[in-house]
Design a protein around this ligand. Structure first.
Ligand code: ADP
Ligand code: ZN
Length: 208
């Protein structure tokens, strides 16, 4: 959990696999800021169109049904363009779908005195760092890494398993495939499967 002795603006990042409660936590923090009568703007990438019709505009939605009105933006420049000078708190969900320029925008916003809350997947379905999120983690004042429940074994899930037709997606299947017959579920490291993933160097030397 973040604490707030920071002077001026700061960056807080919420990560974890799907279903770990990132949107829930982003909504919780933004709602508390609204209760404190702060000026809050909530953004998400236009690419993610789940539950879009719930509000007049669009909404950030969590899997347990909570929603918060948000603005969907096509890219980082659009986000920059919609930012209002009086805004004190900027919340951005699904950050992994933004390009790398999100890092400089988030940094600029924090430098200019805003509280910036960013939520997103830290790892893609292959278990590899996802888009601008790793650098955001490095630059953040506060990092919250959430876990879900592994649907296979009940342990803490840190990965997102991608399934295509019920089978684990291959390593070289494209990361973003909107609208395809695929599904995602949270799994732990041991249950996470990525067929055809090659280890660069063997972990142990072959016995001779
Ligand atoms: P995220 O934004 O990380 O995808 P959400 O905030 O949308 O997560 O959803 C979190 C909610 O998902 C939990 O509060 C819980 O109600 C629900 N959920 C469904 N399946 C799981 C699971 N396997 N592990 C944890 N939470 C789950
Ligand atoms: Zn497991």
């Amino acid at each position: 959990m973040p604490f707030y002795p920071f002077r001026g603006g700061f960056l807080e990042v919420i990560v974890g696999p799907m279903f770990s409660g990132k949107s829930e936590e982003l909504i919780r923090r933004a709602t508390r800021a609204l209760i404190a009568k702060q000026r809050v703007q909530v953004f998400k990438p236009a690419l993610d169109t789940r539950y879009d019709d719930l509000h007049d505009g669009v909404a950030v939605a969590s899997h347990n049904g909570r929603t918060l009105a948000a603005l969907a933006v096509g890219d980082v420049e659009a986000l920059r363009g919609r930012l209002e000078a009086e805004t004190q708190v900027v919340a951005i969900d699904e950050a992994q779908f933004f390009p790398q320029e999100l890092v400089s925008l988030a940094t600029d916003m924090a430098d200019s005195g805003k509280r910036v809350i960013v939520a997103g997947l830290d790892l893609d379905f292959r278990g590899e760092p996802f888009g601008p999120v790793p650098e955001l983690l490095a630059r953040a004042e506060s990092v919250t890494k959430l876990t879900a429940i592994c649907v296979r074994c009940g342990a803490a899930a840190t990965r997102t398993q991608r399934l295509i037709g019920g089978h684990p997606a291959h390593y070289d299947d494209p990361v973003i495939l909107v609208g395809a017959a695929e599904s995602y579920e949270p799994r732990c490291r041991a249950c996470h499967a990525v067929p055809r993933k090659e280890r660069a160097t063997p972990l142990f030397r072959e016995a001779v």
